[in-house]
Design a protein around this ligand. Sequence first.
Ligand SMILES: Cc1ncc(COP(=O)(O)O)c(C=O)c1O
Length: 408
Amino acid sequence: MTSALPPVAENAAVSVADLERDYLLQNYSRSPLTLARGKGCYLYDTQGRRYLDFITGIGVNALGYAHPRINKVIREQAARLIHSSNLFYNEYQGRLAKRLVEMTGLQRVFFSNTGSESVELALKMIHSHGRAIHPDKYEIIALNNSFHGRTMGALSVTGQAKYRADFEPMIPGVKFIDANDLEALEAAFDDRTAGMILELIQGEGGIHPVTPEFAAKARELADRRNALLVADETQCGIGRPGTYFAYQSASHVILPDIMVAAKPLACGIPLGVVVANEKAAAAIRPGMHGSTFGGGPLACRTALEFLEILDELLPSIRRVGAYFHEQLQALGAKFGFVREVRGFGLMLGMDLSIPGKPIVLDAMAAGLLINCTHDTVLRFLPPYIATEKEVDSALRILRRVLSKTKPA
Ligand SMILES: Cc1ncc(COP(=O)(O)O)c(C=O)c1O
């Protein structure tokens, strides 16, 4: 199968691509597709061609596109008040914070705009917490293969050399260990440890869940050393695993000191969040942190509506996720180059022994959007509104593409 799009779509993208090549920072390597609009689980390009979207803007568009309840709320609120800054109260920030406290089991909320920005505050909490105990208590434990974002602090705890190498030196005192290595975890913690950050399901790193034993041990050791445990739920959180957060799923029940999340919270309007217990929150006093945009009325009101809808969708996320997992496994078993299918809920990965990018491009040409992470892992982050019907359509396309894929 060729990986090129039909000429009509390619032509449509030319002028857009030319402009981007001439004027944009050349940091992205985009797929040759110009998107124009979306409806439900589908996106449409500028030529009107339809794509089933199983990557959802890397987990952001969890309710798909043009969701009537989200559209209504955005329209109403945009006409009333979009932004007011944190100099003043707005009607929705406190309400959303209360809701998030109830959902997380934690106590205090800060609103940012992105996952990276949320991780930055978690790191500041860790440093400030440690410093208040002893000036040498600033070390942070993080995991190899992790991803926590592109800002300098978030990169400092991202355990993948390819993202960090050009920007060294990073913030000092970060120790990387392998996920699920209980001995290394035990050895890494000492009295200088101020905190630990982990994704309970590594997303960018290739959809790797940490084991319940590892998560429980991290909790125990953080308590023993008076260190703050951070769950980065930017990709694996807010409904995607079939529970509100991955740390609440049956196999992972722990309570972190700090939880950070972002992506789907306001359905495409940037909104990130840090929810902390009183101990972690006490590390930030007035004036120590802030954000111009974070927690604006449009974003917060949209997020409140998203969370209402999420409550209705959780059973379906679990059911459709389990169905998709089972069907992906059955499909993968037919191809020698599929090593494993992993994940929870609607966060799934198909690990290959061959590069995944050509498969992603072939799937796109056939009308299915997915992506490839870590070179060989096909990543599926379908919208929460997907049903078995959309899963079947995605699998039909994938089966065709995989059948035409040559093993290495
Ligand atoms: C686990 C995790 N943390 C942090 C981030 C960074 O989020 P953002 O791109 O919104 O800054 C990501 C992004 O994919 C992520 O997956």
